[in-house]
Write a new protein. Sequence first.
Length: 170
Amino acid sequence: MTEPPTSVLFLDIDGVLNRTAGASQINIEPALVHRLKHILKESGAKVVLSTFWRHFDEYIAYILHRHGIDGGLVIGSTPGRVGSISDAPSARLSRSAFDDDEYSGRAVEIRTWLDAHPSVTRFVILDDRASAADEATQAFFVHTDAAVGLTDADVEKALRILSSCEWSKG
């Protein structure tokens, strides 16, 4: 039996692992993935997808594996506010990754996932949208610049959060 994670990284793709403003497919940039790899190696965190692309978790795990990140580190995804995995694929694919309605509940989705996984005591959120964090999760948030993606400064902040901030549901 796999031990439940204590440390997770909530990962958005667009604006974190790429600098693509209008992605119509999953796209990642090797230099940005290298920075993610550093965070995961140093922290021992597991990955929870909080991206619009969350329904393609096996494919994302494969892509990360091709870039030297163990695909087994992708342990799940946040629940989607709109368009659950049970939707027909054509319904999921017809929506836009840039539809704000898809993202308006991301902070709530993250807290919902955390509530369902009480073993998690440390986490960080990597996202280019300010709405990915709320008052309860702001201290765990690294807000990336969509035009730049994950920077060295973002990596340092993420590692600092994972090593010093402990989640308390109170």
